[in-house]
Design a protein around this ligand. Structure first.
Ligand SMILES: O=P(O)(O)OC[C@H]1O[C@H](OP(=O)(O)OP(=O)(O)O)[C@H](O)[C@@H]1O
Ligand SMILES: O=c1cc[nH]c(=O)[nH]1
Ligand SMILES: [Mg+2]
Length: 208
């Protein structure tokens, strides 16, 4: 599986700010969205382009445009919503496919509770967004769902990934590409990433 830990200084700086235990809800939201944009920039670096001609003020010129490949952004509820607007800033025409999934706190198994997928998934690049890849269960279940509905090209953007989650995703879906702002050390006994961010959903939504 292709795994890209984005080493850009802006990403490293912003992920560092996000780890501050005293961070406000507002600041957490802003940084999650901004890193979502920066990960999108990296993840779309290989989108194919084609030449076309337009009328410029100085006459006809040749320009590059992104080829017809369509995109759907797939936020995993709830926390994935915190990155979605960052992706939309760069790909404003993208369709949204919403997947509701939470992790049972005892078993750590993903529990699906909502799905509303865009049509023509077989013709679209899916960009899944979720701040945390912990055991990998939620991401694997989401990829399973997208593939079962015909999706053939999938990239996943996460703020923080645990090695355990990367290994699990790679074993089940080696064709998926993963872009992350940080690969962290390990999971704790409750399945939280160390050093991690804490509960990203609660921080984004101000719950707890
Ligand atoms: O890799 P995993 O072990 O599956 O854990 C990661 C999942 O846990 C969090 O969601 P959570 O269940 O807290 O739901 P929420 O977004 O509604 O807070 C996170 O946003 C991921 O979706
Ligand atoms: O560290 C973690 C793991 C799962 N979900 C979170 O929000 N944080
Ligand atoms: Mg949560």
């Amino acid at each position: 599986m292709k795994v890209v830990e984005v080493m850009h200084p802006l990403v490293k700086h912003k992920i560092g700010l996000l780890r501050n235990a005293a961070i406000s809800t507002r600041e957490f939201r802003t940084l999650a969205r901004e890193i979502g944009s920066l990960l999108t920039y990296e993840a779309t670096a290989d989108l194919p382009t084609e030449k076309t001609h337009i009328q410029c003020w100085s006459g006809e010129i040749e320009i590059d445009q992104i080829q017809g490949k369509k995109v759907t952004i797939v936020p995993i509820l709830r926390a994935g919503l915190g990155m979605m607007d960052g992706v939309l800033e760069l790909i404003p025409n993208a369709r949204i496919s919403v997947v509701g999934m939470y992790r049972n706190e005892e078993t750590l198994q993903p529990v699906p509770y909502f799905q509303k997928l865009t049509a023509d998934l077989d013709q679209r690049l899916a960009i899944i967004v979720d701040p945390m890849l912990a055991t990998g269960g939620s991401m694997i279940a989401t990829v399973d769902l997208l593939k079962a509905n015909g999706c053939k090209q999938i990239k996943a953007l996460v703020l923080v990934a645990a090695p355990e989650g990367i290994d699990a995703l790679a074993a089940k879906h080696p064709d998926v590409e993963l872009y992350t702002a940080a690969v962290d050390r390990q999971l704790n006994e409750q399945g939280y990433i160390l050093p991690g961010l804490g509960d990203a959903g609660d921080k984004l939504f101000g719950t707890k």
